[in-house]
Structures are given as structure tokens and as C-alpha cells.
Design a protein around this ligand. Structure first.
Ligand code: SF4
Ligand code: SF4
Length: 337
């Protein structure tokens, strides 16, 4: 497994990092077991966020006694200096540490610059030694491009997988050119990618650090197996990815959930892409009573457009819901025959 240096931060680690969002869903004991196993298996970079409920607490439980052995990144969704400092102090206390290796403005809708209070907060936190490096996460390509060009951030976090567009691949190259570290989130495209070997092989072609969201030990073992036996873009994987890109061409929902909540209670992040889930994952669960009810609820969409404004890909959600509903009913009828 090769090593990646995250731009100007000079943080250097193997190209296989841990995303701590999903450990919110397991007990403290299980989370600590998973985190310790990740460390034993060679992972050194752990990404959490103030917004991931108790994830920071669990990372703190696992690593506070060996703080200097790991890199810990966290994030804040603060929009004011008061909230920034409150979040930073809470993160430090949850993580039982006096510094973060990387602190990121979380899911921004613009590139915060020198004349923005939040950017000044990052500089001040760095001056005080509470954070070592300055980062930012974005989901909108235009915003990410502006960040990559700005020279203001040491690290950018952005969704990246083998389903990324040519323009997104250009973004990675811009970051490399400008010495901005690139953290690749959503390397499995929100569950659409089920071939971890191909996902990992794709990353090895780029100067990015993938942070894989891990909830189960079995998932972790899959990622750890690539430490020794790192897949590469051989002929078979290249052909496979080509086929995948053709199959998922065009507008599709990545399942990120940034468009939610919907005032009508529609689970947009699954219902707007259920046609893919029933074909790419075991269909049984998706065709059960629970999802049938959720799909029926999509008929209550009023077309208010709130979701379209919030979707980083500006997807036409009401149309997607309608198409997915019609397809779902057809599949259900077929399954019932
Ligand atoms: S357009 Fe439909 S799905 Fe989107 S927020 Fe409004 S009601 Fe919900
Ligand atoms: S509609 Fe857009 S914001 Fe909502 S889950 Fe899908 S990709 Fe994400």
C-alpha cells in the first residue's frame, strides 16, 4: 500500500483511511474494537465530525491513550465564530485530546476567504495550537474548484469514486498541482458501488486519501486486506469500471441525504434511487413492506423544490421520485407473479 501526503499539511499516511460516521450506529465497546483493529491493521488516519453524534466520543475512547500514534480529523458545520469555538472545544473534549491534526469547515456552500470570520477562526485555532492544519469539505463541484484554486486550505474533502466525472478527476489534479491534500469521501458512491477491490484500485491511480466509512468488522477486514495485497487498475478491473460507468451514466441520486428533511417526510435519499438499489444490492429488503410504504409516500411530493435547492447535484428530485415509483411498482408486480 503506497503512502499519501496530504498537500501542504505534510500529513503522510498509507492510502487507506477510516471514516468514522458509521460507528455512530454501534455500541461503544464494538466501536473501540473496530477502531483498535483498524490501527493494528495499519490505518493511521481517522476522520470524524462534531455532527456525527457520538462518533468523536468513540474515537476518543479508542485513541486518547495513544494520541500521538494516529491522525485525527474532525469538522464543524458552524456558521458563526461563537459556534465554531463551541464546537471545537466540544470536539477536543469528546476526543479527549488538546489538538486535532486537521479541522475542517463541514459541507460548505462557499469558499470561506480571509475576510470571512470563520476563516479567521481557523487561523486563530491554528495559532493557539488547537488544530494543526486547516481543511474544508464540500459537495458542490464549483465550490470545491474555487477552494482548490484559492490556496487558502491545506486539505479539501470531496466525494470521489470510480463513478466521478472527468471534471471531478480534474479537481483532483488541480489539488495536486496546488499542493492541496485531497480526502476522498463516498468512495463507494453511497452504497452504489459494491466492488471494494475495484473501488480501491481506482484510488491508487490518484493522489487522494480515501476514507472508507466502516460500521462492521467484516467491512474493515476487507479494507485491511488491501494493505498487503493492494489491487491495481489491471485489465479486468479497468473493463469492469467501464461497464459500471456505462450502466450508471447520467443523473443518479448518490444517497447523500443533503436534500433532507423533506416537509412531506419522503426518504428522498433512498426513494430517488431505489431502482438502482433493487438491482445492485439484494432486492428482498427493498421490496418489503417498509419500503413499499415509503415508496407510496413519494406520491405526496408537492413539488415544492426545497430538495432541488439543497441537492449538490441539482437533481430533479420530484421527477426522479416519480420515475422510481413507476419502476418500483413494475418490479413489485413482476416479483408477485
Ligand atoms: S419537492 Fe417533493 S421531495 Fe422535494 S422537498 Fe418538496 S415535497 Fe419533498
Ligand atoms: S437527491 Fe441529491 S442531495 Fe438528495 S440524496 Fe440524492 S444526491 Fe443527495
Amino acid at each position: 500500500m503506497k503512502e499519501i501526503t496530504l498537500g501542504k499539511s505534510k500529513i503522510t499516511t498509507c492510502q487507506n483511511a477510516f471514516g468514522a460516521l458509521p460507528i455512530q450506529r454501534v455500541s461503544d465497546v464494538e466501536a473501540v474494537k473496530i477502531l483498535h483493529r483498524a490501527y493494528e491493521g495499519g490505518m493511521r488516519f481517522f476522520d470524524t465530525a462534531r455532527d456525527y453524534t457520538d462518533s468523536e466520543h468513540k474515537v476518543g475512547l479508542a485513541f486518547s491513550h495513544m494520541r500521538d500514534k494516529v491522525f485525527i480529523a474532525s469538522k464543524t458545520i458552524a456558521k458563526t465564530p461563537e459556534k465554531f469555538w463551541e464546537d471545537l472545544e466540544t470536539s477536543l473534549s469528546m476526543l479527549k485530546t488538546d489538538y486535532l491534526d486537521l479541522y475542517q469547515l463541514h459541507c460548505v456552500d462557499k469558499c470561506y476567504r480571509e475576510d470571512d470570520d470563520l476563516y479567521q477562526c481557523l487561523l486563530e485555532a491554528k495559532r493557539q495550537g488547537k488544530i494543526r492544519h486547516i481543511g474544508i469539505t464540500a459537495h458542490k463541484l464549483g465550490v470545491a474548484e474555487e477552494i482548490a484554486e484559492s490556496g487558502l486550505y491545506e486539505v479539501l474533502q470531496y466525494p470521489f469514486s470510480y463513478l466521478s466525472s472527468d471534471r471531478e478527476i480534474e479537481l483532483v489534479k488541480t489539488c495536486e498541482k496546488n499542493d492541496v491534500g485531497f480526502l476522498a469521501m463516498k468512495g463507494l458512491a453511497g452504497g452504489l458501488i459494491t466492488n471494494s477491490k475495484a473501488a480501491m484500485a481506482f484510488m491508487t491511480d490518484y493522489n487522494v486519501l480515501p476514507i472508507w466509512g466502516v460500521q462492521r468488522m467484516s467491512e474493515l477486514e476487507e479494507w485491511l486486506s488491501y494493505m498487503e495485497d493492494t489491487p491495481t487498475m489491471d485489465e479486468e478491473i479497468t473493463e469492469f469500471i467501464e461497464e459500471e460507468r456505462k450502466a450508471l451514466d447520467g443523473e443518479f441520486c448518490r444517497g447523500c441525504g443533503y436534500c433532507m428533511p423533506c416537509p412531506m417526510g419522503i426518504q428522498i435519499n433512498q426513494c430517488a434511487r431505489i431502482h438502482l438499489m433493487i438491482r445492485r444490492a439484494p432486492a428482498e429488503g427493498w421490496l418489503g413492506e417498509y419500503w413499499q410504504k415509503e415508496m407510496e409516500n413519494t406520491k405526496n411530493c408537492t413539488g415544492c423544490g426545497q430538495c432541488i435547492e439543497k441537492c449538490p447535484y441539482s437533481l430533479p428530485v420530484p421527477d426522479l421520485l416519480k420515475e422510481n415509483y413507476e419502476d418500483y411498482i413494475d418490479v413489485l408486480k413482476g416479483a408477485a407473479k
